[in-house]
Ligand binder design. Structure first.
Ligand code: GLV
Ligand code: MN
Ligand code: MN
Ligand code: MN
Length: 399
């Protein structure tokens, strides 16, 4: 099946018509449909397909038990109202690269794998790259099983509902031993390549990043009768934290975002009792990131003292700085000619897997620079250049 046909087939799955964005949350019907699409693509190519113990999908050309497999892929889940490309582009390109290699008569000396990692965005259970973290042992299985979505459904129950055994999750050495190298192709999530006039780039590093949950507690009371000086309003402390996060990140050359917030009881005419907000923060060095968070926590506690509110801060996930395998990166650069080598502030399974095996990334130009939003875009001509580049890389690595 042609790249364009695969793309068209996947395009309607999980699209939310009101916004044009995607809501493909792990183990929900939309994501299960994406998984069925993956299985159908693999099967139609005669690849062996399996879900591993952690819910990640694998399709194999050749026998993976021979080891030293060359694996490529990405993820199929999305952020709330995400774009079409973040994740799926890497999976579609992986199948397209297999097609290109076969059409050219190439016979790989090593097994080639196509992977789709589950819950990369952490949109349902809160921890990004959950599938690759479980695979590599970067998260405690018991902690993962107990993660819940916004309806209180646990990962364990969601997996069981999808026919997987939650008792079996955790580091999978047998699977890791099969894989020699992982190369992930991904839509670019900024505007560097448009400025550099480069359809394809090679990844060098991922900024350290993490998610912190801020719980603000105050006292619910009447909006019309409670004197201003009598209020214990957690919304005020929260609002101050949003402003402080932005200011401290800007001063440090870092990034801080509050994109998710819950307010209780969420009534128009009541001062809230609780506000829960998540800060996503990223920086080019761990020292900078640590300093921004330390500063922000201090400012938040000072403000809470003034407001009479209480605040607790919980680090929900953290990803240290990742430098992709230098030899592999140089190898890709040499193979693809004069392509830019770029670091990114976005997290990827390739970053998590880098702790266990050599990994690399390819980026495909995004003319809008928009990502994690419906406006995310890549020209089909660039996507095809990306798939060709991936095929070139696989041909070399699997020879
Ligand atoms: C995942 O895409 C992230 O960078 O948040
Ligand atoms: Mn993403
Ligand atoms: Mn992604
Ligand atoms: Mn990502």
């Amino acid at each position: 099946m042609l790249f364009e046909e695969m793309w068209r087939e996947l395009a309607p799955v999980g699209r939310f018509d009101a916004t044009g964005g995607y809501r493909r949350y792990s183990y929900t019907p939309a994501e299960l449909e994406c998984r069925a699409w993956f299985t159908a693509q693999a099967t139609s190519r005669g690849l062996t397909v399996e879900a591993d113990a952690n819910g990640n999908l694998w399709a194999w050309w050749g026998d993976p038990d021979e080891g030293n497999a060359v694996v490529t892929g990405s993820h199929l889940d999305s952020v709330p109202d995400g774009g079409a490309f973040d994740g799926p582009l890497g999976v579609v390109s992986a199948f397209a690269a297999v097609d290109l290699l076969r059409a050219s008569g190439f016979t790989p000396a090593k097994p080639i794998g196509v992977a789709a990692f589950v819950e990369e965005e952490g949109a349902r259970f809160g921890i990004a790259c959950l599938g690759s973290r479980l695979l590599t042992g970067a998260i405690d299985p018991a902690k993962a099983r107990a993660l819940t979505d916004e309806h209180g459904v646990s990962l364990a129950d969601a997996m069981a509902g999808a026919g997987l055994d939650p008792a079996a999750i955790g580091r999978d050495q047998r699977l890791l031993d099969r894989v020699g190298v992982y190369v992930e192709l991904h839509i670019e999530q900024g505007r560097a390549q448009i400025d550099l006039d480069a359809p394809v780039a090679v990844g060098s590093a991922i900024w350290p990043h993490g998610r912190w949950r801020f719980d603000f507690e105050g006292e619910a009371n009447h909006a019309g009768t409670t004197r201003i000086e009598d209020r214990v309003d957690p919304m005020l402390t929260y609002a101050n934290t949003v402003l402080a996060a932005r200011k401290k990140a800007r001063v440090a050359g870092a990034l801080a975002t509050v994109g998710k917030v819950h307010c209780e009881p969420n009534g128009t005419n009541a001062i809230p009792s609780r506000v829960r907000a998540w800060i996503d923060a990223r920086a080019s060095t761990e020292d900078t990131l640590g300093a921004v968070l330390a500063d922000l926590e201090k400012a938040t506690h000072e403000r809470a003292d003034r407001d009479g509110t209480r605040v607790t801060v919980t680090r929900e996930s953290y990803s240290a700085e990742v430098a992709f395998d230098a030899a592999l990166r140089d190898n890709l650069g040499a193979l693809l000619g004069d392509v830019p080598v770029l670091a990114t502030g976005a997290g990827h399974d390739a970053g998590v897997l880098a702790s266990s095996l050599p990994t690399a990334m390819l980026f495909v130009r995004n003319p809008t620079g928009v990502s994690h939003a419906p406006g995310e875009f890549a020209e089909m001509t660039d996507c095809l250049v990306g798939a060709e580049a991936l095929a070139t890389v696989l041909r070399k690595l699997a020879a």
